[in-house]
Design a protein around this ligand. Structure first.
Ligand code: ZN
Length: 286
């Protein structure tokens, strides 16, 4: 049976649903073998209200939420097993088990093993800014970039024992700064400050996003809108993904915004290039 395989390598439990849930649900429903590798346990010190004193219990709860979200999306989950590093300046950054403190060769090896075992045509990860400069997201990008190259190189990680494998496409999750400007405008209308968002008010929305020409792939998930919402809702310790959706009525979102957007990193394409299917033109593996 010819097979199409997609692997998303992401930092935290919930990135698969909030960020890429529509894309993953759509490809899973269309018969693609979809895998998600999550790097950390998502239990940094400052993150969830009500769990401050009990990191271990939060990690456990988030593991269950993640497993449920993946079940809803119809994807296979792989945990890379690192500790959440937290956002910039979080004391969790310094923990020896934090993802950003991981031995690079070892972390890359974990992803090389997955790539060689699963043999995905398409890989998705965070972009080099981590979307909002989250250190774990940036680390995920760095590790994935290195792993994609190493997985194809017979000289590297020979001890892993699987045949080298060259993926065909690598995409990074991005959003257009035009969209960011629009959301910032809506927030200002409501008397909210877009330069201080997030639980710790340490994210400046107006600095985020890429120029529209660098959005190379637009994946519409209107038919899988409810699947993404249900998977997001499974992450109840994180609020269940209701944030921006309160700014506009749901039908408006569904009609105009049921898109997830990506920048194509490999093979590179010029700015202004636009595709609507991450597998366009790729042959299934025999
Ligand atoms: Zn994340």
């Amino acid at each position: 049976m010819p097979k199409r395989t997609l692997l998303a390598i992401l930092a935290h439990p919930d990135d698969e649903s909030y960020g890429t849930g529509g894309t993953l649900a759509r490809y899973a429903a269309e018969g693609v073998d979809v895998h998600v590798a999550i790097a950390t346990d998502g239990a940094a010190g400052s993150i969830a209200e009500g769990w401050e004193g009990d990191r271990a219990r939060l990690a456990e709860a988030r593991a269950l939420e993640l497993a449920e979200a993946c079940r809803i999306l119809g994807v296979t989950l792989h945990n890379l097993g690192y500790r959440d590093s937290g956002y910039i300046n979080d004391p969790a950054n310094q923990h020896p088990a934090a993802f950003i403190q991981a031995d690079k060769r070892e972390a890359v090896g974990r992803v090389v093993r997955l790539i060689r075992e699963l043999r995905p045509q398409v890989v998705i990860t965070h972009d080099e800014t981590g979307g909002y400069f989250h250190p774990d997201h940036i680390q995920c990008y760095v590790v994935t970039m290195a792993a994609v190259t190493a997985a194809a190189d017979p000289q590297q990680y020979a001890e892993i024992g699987h045949a080298p494998f060259q993926i065909e496409r690598l995409y990074c999750t991005v959003f257009s700064n035009r969209w960011v400007k629009f959301i910032s405008f809506l927030m200002r209308l409501r008397g909210q400050d877009p330069t201080q968002v997030g639980r710790n008010k340490d994210i400046d929305l107006t600095r985020l996003g890429v120029p529209p020409g660098r959005v190379h792939a637009v994946i519409n998930y209107r038919r899988y809108w409810d699947v993404k919402q249900q998977a997001s809702a499974a992450h109840s310790s994180q609020g269940g993904g209701t944030g921006f959706s309160r700014l506009l009525p749901v039908w408006l979102f569904k009609l105009f915004m049921a898109n997830e957007t990506y920048m194509r990193v490999h093979p590179p394409v010029p700015d202004g290039f636009r595709e609507r299917d991450l597998f366009a033109g790729l042959k299934p593996h025999g």
